[in-house]
Design a protein around this ligand. Structure first.
Ligand code: DX5
Ligand code: ZN
Length: 227
């Protein structure tokens, strides 16, 4: 397997979003990471289903919608209709986590939970069979360009062990994604701790090639991940 790279369009040029997502797909990105913030669950306000629908025809890679909104249920079908492929949310943002995960699947998308740096992993235990992805935040959510929090490495190892145990008991594979402060110079240790899917916002969009594309940075991230 090679590392999956999910550039976060939070750091893209919002005035040229169609061109930006086409450029990351051409450069080898595996997913478009789409950060949704509501100025309630997190202190920032970004983009919603209309923008997801607008970029959908520009790429064929999956759109990975990271909901930083509270509550989550009403917005899930809207993102599914707008072309999302994966929808993840924070457990603190839903009163009924199992039901919200099922709602994502009932709407035809892959489902996942996102854990903030201080959120314990125990909330995963009884919903492993409803998760296609587990996303560990390596910064506090709300802004791009923050520094990677080192304790995430210990947590990644713990969640990797949970996923491997789930698989050993006949369960399905679950992608392990990490989000925040991922760079070319730390991706190797993050991959070694067990991540297989890497969100990178400022690292990708801050490193344009001379031709305006992103091939160098995306291939460097994949190579450096070493998986
Ligand atoms: C933070 C977002 C991240 C962020 C990552 O709340 O979920 O996806 O954009 O940005 P970088 O890679 O710049 O840390
Ligand atoms: Zn994100």
């Amino acid at each position: 397997m090679t590392a999956r790279i999910a550039p976060s369009i939070l750091s893209a040029d919002f005035a040229n979003l169609g061109a930006e997502v086409r450029a990351i797909e051409a450069a080898g990105a595996d997913l478009v990471h789409f950060d949704v913030m509501d100025n309630h669950y997190v202190p920032n306000l970004t983009i919603g289903p209309l923008v997801c629908e607008a970029i959908r025809p520009h790429v064929s890679i999956p759109i990975d919608v990271h909901l930083m909104v509270k509550p989550v249920d009403a917005i899930i079908p809207m993102f599914a209709k707008a072309g999302a492929n994966i929808i993840t949310f924070h457990p603190e943002a839903s009163d009924h986590i199992d039901r919200s995960l099922q709602l994502i699947r009932d709407n035809g998308c892959k489902s996942g939970l996102v854990l903030n740096p201080a959120t314990p992993v125990e909330c995963l235990e009884y919903v492993m069979d409803k998760l296609d992805m587990i996303l560990l935040m390596s910064v506090n959510p709300g802004f791009g360009g923050q520094s990677f929090i080192p304790s995430t490495l210990t947590k990644l190892k713990k969640v990797r062990a949970l996923i491997d145990a789930h698989k050993a008991n006949g369960g399905h594979d679950i992608w392990l994604e990490v989000d925040g402060g991922v760079k070319a110079d730390n991706i190797a240790q993050i991959a070694a701790a067990g991540a297989d899917t890497f969100v990178a916002g400022s690292a990708v969009f801050g490193a344009k090639d001379p031709d305006g594309g992103y091939k160098n940075i995306i291939s460097t991230l994949k190579t450096n991940a070493g998986i």
